[in-house]
Design a protein around this ligand. Sequence first.
Ligand SMILES: [Fe+2]
Length: 365
Amino acid sequence: MRELYTDLVAAACEIENTWLAGNYDTDLFFECVLKHLTELDFSDLATVDAQMEVLRLPEVKALQTLSTFSNLYVKLFDNGRFWIEILNWDDLHVNAHDHDFSGVQFQLLGSALSIKHDFSIIERHGAFYAGQTSIRSGHLWEEGSNSIVRHGNIDPHTVLHLGSPSTSLIVRTHPTRRYGSQKNYFSDCAGHYDVNTIPMRKNLTALRLLGKRDCSSFSRQLTRLLKEQSLAENLFMLVNLDDICFEDEQSSEIVLEYGSKGRNEGMLVKSVLKKNCSSFFTNIAQKYAHLGFDERLAINTLSACYSIEDFRRLEKDISDQRPASNLSRAVEVFAANIDDRDRKGLLKRLGVMGLEDVLKPRVAA
Ligand SMILES: [Fe+2]
């Protein structure tokens, strides 16, 4: 492991030298990484067992930080301009987002579906953007593949981790402030992630506790916060509480009433409702993972689609890469092999997402 780590650090120094020659231009970073790292075989770092060995190296031990990103986050190298990290995913997904950095992702283990989005802005209010999110393309990451992570709002993307585990090594720049803080994208709006402050986190934890212990206080506090907070803060709060906000009639009414205040609030609540449906799809994909890879892929795919055109786009892109895959057929097989309650839930959510036609036979043109 020491030998591999020494090779990795040597390659990082080469990246640094090449990037310096390019004036540390963020736009050039991924080229420098691909030039020096494509030939290096990282496969020995793919397992958690191997990463525990790397964590024994004193210089790696000193780099570790607490992170809730992925199921296990290990930082391998950091020279103050860029760093190298490993992300271990176990049935977790990353909703649509963009980045204030650029880099290259190497898929070490398992597979993932990377979906690129377009977002058309209707209007902006501070950290909140009303607009429409659609799918531009989909690409399966297989073991040994790599992909470029571009900075700013060029490539908003969703990553659905399909393997259990799915492990990536990422070489990335430190955040570049001029690209602004990261945004998260939903069906009908987007919001900057910097509203995720410690007081916001405390409120979310408190609301979750009240939701379990004291429903009337939960409703009162939720109503107050919806009045006191900005659109971006309300978006962040509701997408993080969507599982409890739509659980009972009273909470649903509060959220829907907020959504009736105006166009922006309406688009915000529509986005939260669709995010709630997305979570349903990823949860049942996990629950019935034994049905097979294509079925798991198809149901996970639904979580990122907001129109039948989105679904057809992904269906085409995936079949270009995996000719044997047929997403529509896989959704049918999935629906036929789950219990009645989940099937009803699936049909209901397909309706909310505007995806009813996924289960209807296609008429030949
Ligand atoms: Fe990303």
